[in-house]
Design a protein around this ligand. Structure first.
Ligand code: PXP
Length: 247
């Protein structure tokens, strides 16, 4: 059964739109935990467009589940992670022009530098996950970098048209099996919604799904605690043949 990490960047997006103090992602993280979040995920971006340093410092003190820090593999971020000591660091690619994280990390193309960052974090007892597309070449590179975790990018599945979804789902299923055969533990996320999450939640071997935008969007209608509760039910009790089961 997969657990649920709730990404709260989108709450900070609303606050930053007005450059003010509300809504406060720190307070909202507590509500997400009360709704059943098994972890809280934040992405501290180089341009600080949503999550701020202050948020991360306070979350470190208030999060009672697990804090997962998404960050670019830069020396500035490495210094912050070593100071904050989150329960996990997820290394992601970052481009200033992007609206959200667009593709997975090209681990294969930057193995030596990533190996060094992974090593420094792991030496400080911080588990490291690498956010990658669900392809063998990248998974093998993650393993050679010394990482013990990967987060599979579910964006291609989430964006696929109905006819192509089974193919993308099969890619995620195969990548999960391949990662595990390499000794890697597997999380997944990006673009998952209340409508498309169940097939991914049903994949054997995925330990945690990181989900943000859809939960924050739903929370406008039903409140964050309830939005997390509804998602947790789907993640923990997915229909077994969800792509076709209801037809
Ligand atoms: N996982 C990673 C690595 C991400 O960068 C994001 C987006 O910030 C998510 C999961 C969550 O994606 P979404 O907001 O589309 O649920």
């Amino acid at each position: 059964m997969a657990s649920l990490g709730v990404n709260i960047d989108h709450i900070a997006n609303v606050r930053q739109a007005r450059q003010t103090v509300e809504p406060d992602p720190v307070l909202m993280a507590t509500l997400a935990e009360l709704g059943g979040a098994d972890g809280i995920t934040v992405h501290l971006r180089e341009d600080r467009r949503h999550i701020q340093d202050r948020d991360l410092e306070l979350l470190r003190m208030t999060v009672r589940s697990r804090l997962n820090l998404e960050m670019a593999a830069t020396s500035e971020m490495l210094g912050i992670a070593l100071k904050v000591k989150p329960e996990m660091v997820t290394l992601v690619p970052e481009r200033r022009e992007e609206v959200t994280t667009e593709g997975g990390l090209d681990v294969a193309a930057q193995e030596p530098s990533l190996r060094d960052i992974v090593d420094q974090l792991q030496t400080a007892a911080i588990p490291v996950s690498l956010f990658v597309d669900p392809v063998s070449k990248q998974l093998e590179a993650c393993s050679s970098c010394g990482a013990r975790w990967v987060e599979l990018h579910t964006g291609a599945y989430a964006e696929a048209c109905w006819a192509e979804q089974p193919l993308e789902l099969a890619r995620l299923t195969e990548a999960t099996a391949r990662a595990r055969s390499l000794g890697l533990r597997v999380n997944a996320g990006h673009g998952l919604t209340y409508q498309n999450v169940e097939p991914v939640a049903a994949i054997e071997g995925i330990e945690e799904l990181n989900i943000g935008h859809t939960i924050v969007a739903r929370s406008i209608a039903v409140g964050l605690q309830e939005a997390v509760r509804e998602m947790k039910r789907l993640v923990q009790n997915p229909r077994r043949d969800p792509l076709f089961g209801s037809q």
